[in-house]
Every structure is written in C-alpha cells, then in structure tokens.
Ligand binder design. Structure first.
Ligand SMILES: NC(=O)C1=CN([C@@H]2O[C@H](COP(=O)(O)OP(=O)(O)OC[C@H]3O[C@@H](n4cnc5c(N)ncnc54)[C@H](OP(=O)(O)O)[C@@H]3O)[C@@H](O)[C@H]2O)C=CC1
Ligand SMILES: O=C1OC[C@@H](O)[C@H](O)[C@H]1O
Length: 382
C-alpha cells in the first residue's frame, strides 16, 4: 500500500431509485467517521434511464458534489472514463444486463442483491470479471457490518460448541394486495419479483455465513435443499418460501421468507424473538430484527436443570451502532475500495463462489416450487 494518502474510489451510480439514494448518501459520509481513513469514496456520476433531469434531481437530493455528472443513459455512464466502479441498483430482472454492461465497458461492479435471476447468469458475470481482471461483488451489505464479522468470529472460535442448526427468517408482515398490487417490483414477475430473491436471499446469507463461509474448505460443501413455496395469486411470484438446507456433516439451516407473515408481526416489539438464531451445543447467538442491518447480538449460554449451565460465560448483549447517521451501506463500499486498491477481483467476505452457491439454492427452491421467470432467465445480452 502506498503511503501517499487514502486510496480514492470513484463511483458511478446506475439507477436512481430507493436503494440507490440510500447507498449514495452513505457513500458521501466521510470514511474517517468509521475509522476507515485508508480509503475514500468520490461520487463522480449517476445515470437514470428515465431522463437527464431525474439523474440531476437524484444528485441534488443526495447532496452530491457539483462536479458529479448526470447521465440520461446507463451506456453513457459506463463510458465515462472518470468512473472506476458502477453500483447497479436496478430491479433483479436487470442486474445481469446492467452489471454486464458495466463489465464490458471495463468498469468494476458492485451489483445489488439478489445478484442475478439465476446461477447461470451469475457465472457469466464472474467469467467476464475474471477475464477482464475487474472487481465484481454482490452487494450483500449485511456481511460487512461489524456485528456480522463478530458473530462469524465467535462461531469460528468454538464458543458456541458445534453449531447444529441456524434459523433465519426475513419476512414482512404486509397487506400484499394493498401495498404491492401487481406492479410493484416486490411482486412483479417481469421484474423478477417475489419474496425469495428479495428477502429470502438474506435468510440464506445468514445460513451460509455460518454453515458454509467459515467452515474449512475441505469440510465445506453445497447443501441438500428441501423447500416449499406458496405463490401470490395476483402475479404468480412466490409469497412465502421455506427452505431446509442440510450441509455436509449434518448441520441444518432453516431459511424462511414471506411477504404476508413474519417471525413476529411487530418485529421491533420487545417481545419479538430473534429472526436469526445460531444454535450450538454450548450456546446460541440471537440476532434481533432487522437481520439485513444487524446492529446487535445476544450470546446465550446453554443451560438446563439436569446439566446446569454448560458455557463459562454469562448471557450478554453486544451493540454496535452504525456511526455518523449512516444506514450501514458504506461498509460494503469500503470493502470494494480496499479490494480494488489491493488488486483483488473478488471479496473474501462475499466471494464469487458463495454468491453462486446461494443462487444455486434459490434456483433449486424455485424449481421445487415451480417458479420460472421465463425470458428473464436467459443469458443473452442486450
Ligand atoms: N440492500 C438493500 O438494503 C436493498 C436492496 N434493494 C435492491 O435494490 C434493487 C432496486 O431496488 P429499489 O431501489 O427498491 O427499487 P426502485 O424501484 O426504487 O428503483 C429501481 C430503479 O431502477 C431503474 N430501472 C431500470 N429499469 C427499470 C425497470 N424496468 N423497472 C423499474 N425500474 C427500473 C429505475 O431508475 P432510473 O429510472 O433512474 O433508471 C428505478 O428507479 C433491487 O435489486 C433490490 O433487491 C432494494 C432495497 C433495499
Ligand atoms: O434488500 C432489502 O432489504 C430491506 C428491505 O426493506 C427491502 O425490501 C429489500 O429489498
């Protein structure tokens, strides 16, 4: 690493919807507020497929520097020589096309979750990134929170004993018809909507972080998958999907998602149990809602009348709040900057192979549930 000051990563934002705005605001929070002063981010451009004025409005709304350039097309954005990395923030249906557009133009890519519609598309993006020596990462921001890292480290240390089971739910207790109708991206088949790709991917990421990511390579393997899927009648997307994953060695992951019921109808109520529960032979870890933005965890030693308390530590709650009023999306942006600075094509925290495995599990669950996205499943390009 050079000692000439922080490495600067120059960002172009592809799309101007809800999450693009949240992410970009985080990008503009100085890295010094989170002890990440070895890198910094610069917002250099944003594009809207709708209009130039929408791109300009977006830049104004996020508080972009005056030098940031608005574009009226994604093609123009990826052609900007001043841009290093493109953040793809379009609906699932378009991730493959837009990430590929950026890679083909020679840009590094951070692509929103779910990475693509299926594993075949993810594989092609990875192949292109490898061939062109470009950084590519699924924007699974949850993994980069300090709490997620701490939890992985605790499990790795053996403090929980052997992890036997991980329960993971991300569901929203919604009036689905009233809130989403048929056109909203959450339920619209033409945008690859549905609970699984939008929310279930988080349940899977918690299961994978514990039962796959931190398992030594020689013991690790893809899980067997048994799933059930119930459709939303109005569009045919999945409304409630439940998956039981059995990993080599026998540990089980139970990953669930729904648009109509949740682990608790008022997930932030003090009586709500945790949506993520990592269960070991000596202790559990519970992670409260929201599991996609984890800011605390509870360590619970196992205990019963007959055997007493097995672990040698008390129950404890650890809280790590996101600093500087951020949403927590800057952690994944920092990872991109460090990887690119260090010449890495992929992140060790969210490696290509694991995005692919998660996509394969979702492919299997969709096959078992009879959910096919038709033409959106293709690997043709633009
Ligand atoms: N990490 C997280 O916490 C979150 C991630 N997401 C992910 O981000 C992605 C976008 O979600 P979100 O921002 O909520 O969606 P929005 O509908 O708010 O925004 C999507 C944007 O994509 C662009 N777009 C391009 N083509 C289309 C199309 N055919 N239909 C609709 N929009 C299109 C539009 O921008 P323009 O007109 O400017 O081109 C639009 O504003 C999804 O993949 C979702 O899973 C979403 C929410 C939270
Ligand atoms: O990624 C997401 O996480 C937060 C949710 O609010 C959102 O619907 C989803 O796309």
């Amino acid at each position: 690493m050079s000692n000439t000051g922080p490495f600067t990563l120059k960002w172009g934002i592809l799309a101007t919807g809800g999450i693009a705005k949240t992410f970009t605001k985080d990008l503009l929070i100085p890295t010094t507020t989170r002890n990440a002063s070895d890198i910094q981010h610069e917002l250099v451009a944003a594009a809207s497929s709708s209009s130039l004025s929408r791109a300009q409005t977006f830049l104004n709304e996020v508080g972009a520097p005056e030098t940031a350039v608005p574009y009226a097309s994604y093609a123009d954005l990826v052609a900007d020589p001043n841009v290093d990395i493109i953040y793809v923030a379009t609906p699932h249906s378009h991730h493959y096309q837009h990430a590929r557009l950026a890679l083909e133009a020679g840009k590094h890519v951070l692509c929103e979750k779910a990475f693509t519609v299926n594993a075949a598309q993810a594989q092609i993006l990875i192949d292109i990134a490898r061939e062109k020596k470009l950084f590519l990462m699924e924007a699974m921001w949850t993994r980069f929170f300090p709490v997620a890292k701490e939890v992985r480290d605790i499990v790795k240390s053996g403090q929980l004993g052997e992890v036997i089971r991980v329960w993971a739910d991300l569901s929203f207790w919604k009036d689905v018809e009233g809130e989403f109708g048929t056109a909203h991206r959450m339920v619209n088949l033409e945008l690859a909507g549905g609970a699984l790709l939008d929310l279930g991917v988080y349940s899977l990421t918690w299961v994978f972080q514990i039962l796959y990511h931190i398992v030594p390579a020689e013991e690790r393997g893809p899980p067997a998958v048994a799933s059930a899927m119930t459709k939303y009648e109005a569009t045919g997307c999945d409304e409630t999907t439940s998956m039981i994953l059995t990993f080599p060695g026998g540990a089980q992951g139970i990953a669930t998602t729904s648009l109509r019921v949740a682990h608790h109808p008022t997930p932030t109520s003090p009586s709500a149990h945790a949506p993520i529960r990592i269960q070991g032979t000596l202790a559990d870890i519970h992670i409260p809602y929201p599991p996609y933005r984890p800011q605390s965890y509870v360590l619970l030693p196992a205990s019963n009348d007959a055997r007493g308390t097995l672990a040698s530590f008390p129950e404890q709650t650890v809280t790590r709040e996101v600093p500087a009023g951020g949403h927590g999306m800057f952690y994944e942006a920092d990872e991109c900057a460090r990887c690119i600075r260090d010449g890495k094509l992929e992140s060790e925290v969210m490696p290509w192979e694991e995005s692919l495995e998660v996509m394969r599990v979702m492919d299997l669950a969709r096959r078992q549930g009879g959910l096919d996205y038709g033409d959106l499943e293709g690997t043709g390009y633009l």
